[in-house]
Design a binder for this molecule. Structure first.
Ligand SMILES: Cc1cc2nc3c(=O)[nH]c(=O)nc-3n(C[C@H](O)[C@H](O)[C@H](O)COP(=O)(O)OP(=O)(O)OC[C@H]3O[C@@H](n4cnc5c(N)ncnc54)[C@H](O)[C@@H]3O)c2cc1C
Length: 119
């Protein structure tokens, strides 16, 4: 019998999502995991060509909680270089919402003043 016939779990796609799923299943004790990747190597598409930005604030609390935890784990693994970022808002009150979201999730932010809006 081949690997696929005996596999207990088949993960399709060797991007960050499939690799992470396979890793966490294995760490949780799952055996018989087969990961299928149609290209010659993993990470050929988006996962191998992204900008490597791990932002915290997403505009939705449930996503921000995951993003903050993801950043914490990346930092713990020595894979995160904190460099900061700039967020701009076109809507009135947008910065207030971002600040409130940051406070809810313990994300450090500092408001810049006096930057003209060119739009
Ligand atoms: C230009 C760019 C910049 C980005 N910048 C950022 C960023 O700064 N920060 C951020 O958080 N995100 C960023 N992203 C988004 C992020 O890279 C993607 O959301 C993430 O990589 C998606 O991972 P994935 O595993 O879902 O998909 P993919 O990386 O696309 O992996 C899917 C894999 O599945 C394989 N596959 C598909 N179909 C089959 C099949 N039938 N059989 C076998 N294998 C199959 C593919 O070959 C591929 O390897 C960026 C994306 C792009 C394109």
């Amino acid at each position: 019998m081949g690997m696929l016939e005996t596999a207990e779990v088949v993960v399709i796609g060797g991007g960050i999502a499939g690799l992470s799923l396979a890793l966490h299943l294995a760490q949780a004790g799952q055996r018989g995991i087969v990961l299928l990747e149609r290209e010659d190597q993993p990470g050929t598409y988006a996962s191998g060509h992204n900008a490597a930005v791990a932002r915290s604030l997403t505009g939705r609390d449930e996503h921000t909680a995951l993003a903050v935890e993801g950043r914490r784990r990346l930092a713990q693994a020595g894979l995160l270089t904190a460099s900061g970022g700039i967020l701009a808002c076109a809507e009135p009150g947008g910065l207030d919402q971002l600040e409130a979201e940051a406070a809810r999730h313990g994300v450090a932010v500092r408001r810049g003043e006096g930057i003209p809006c060119l739009a």
